[in-house]
Design a binder for this molecule. Structure first.
Ligand SMILES: Nc1ncnc2c1ncn2[C@@H]1O[C@H](COP(=O)(O)OP(=O)(O)O)[C@@H](O)[C@H]1O
Ligand SMILES: [Mg+2]
Length: 244
């Protein structure tokens, strides 16, 4: 890491009717870094991803990407500028093939279907789903569907990739493969922000973590700093992590 800030959030808030999902969230993500976004269910993590990707508009605050204010840009334009995201609940087109699902992503930058197809095939190879390319997406297992989400996002050629619980519900071996995939994504020069609940998985992987709780930033720091933070232990990690 140690790059310039690729993403900067300044006092970003999002209200739904009476509910405050994000409250004055401020932090930056350095180019090339893997940043963990953690916190209890309902803390506002997925909402924050939607604000960054442009699916939702903040109630207040500013979002800057690669130095420019993108707060008012629509989601497709943010995607073209290099923000890719996965959805916590995978959104595959189940009656299309796995390859065609990924082509939906590659068409963001490819004008011909042959180029989009070649790009999608290369991405499937990279994420380890090439043997499933011809299957209907609806036939994939849940872990494979998460990988498909990652593949479709990667096919848009992001500079910044937002991964929402893509390592959830995996066997230990699958989780290790997922960790290797995240590292390989970063090795390609892509900055990663990831939501993940299993501390044993996320903490060795990330350069820094941001902890959200009821919409607010509770702590930002290295994994070692964050797991020792008393407020983080009280709100999220619990006593079992104090010893570790
Ligand atoms: N579209 C929406 N309309 C109303 N409330 C929402 C909407 N999306 C999320 N919320 C609420 O915002 C809060 C944060 O949700 P979310 O961002 O999904 O949290 P997390 O991903 O950290 O579990 C929750 O209380 C959730 O119910
Ligand atoms: Mg979520």
């Amino acid at each position: 890491m140690s790059g310039a800030a690729i993403l900067e959030l300044a006092s970003v808030s999002k209200r739904f009717e009476g509910l405050v999902a994000n409250s004055e969230v401020s932090f930056s993500v350095a180019e090339g870094e893997i940043l963990g976004l953690i916190g209890p269910n309902g803390a506002g993590k997925s909402t924050l991803f939607s604000l960054i990707a442009g699916a939702l508009v903040p109630t207040a605050g500013t979002i800057r990407f690669a130095g420019a204010d993108i707060t008012a840009l629509p989601a497709p334009e943010r995607c073209r500028q290099g923000i890719g995201r996965t959805f916590q609940v995978p959104r595959s087109f189940d009656s299309m093939s796995v390859l065609e699902n990924v082509m939906v992503g590659s068409f963001v930058r490819s004008s011909s279907s042959s180029a989009a197809r070649a790009k999608a095939a290369a991405v499937l190879e990279f994420v380890g789903l090439a043997p499933r390319a011809a299957s209907f997406a609806g036939a994939l297992t849940p872990p494979e569907k998460r990988r498909l989400e990652v593949a479709r996002a990667l096919a848009t050629e992001p500079k910044l990739l937002l991964l929402d619980e893509v390592l959830a519900g995996l066997t230990p071996a699958e989780a290790r493969a997922g960790v290797d995939l995240v590292r390989a994504i970063r090795a390609r020069g892509i900055t990663v922000v990831m939501v993940e609940h299993v501390m044993e998985i996320v903490m060795p992987l990330v350069d820094r973590a941001v902890v959200l709780d009821i919409g607010r930033v509770l702590a930002v720091g290295s994994p070692a700093e964050v797991v020792r933070n008393e407020a983080v232990i009280a709100a999220y990690l619990g006593e079992r992590h104090r010893a570790a």
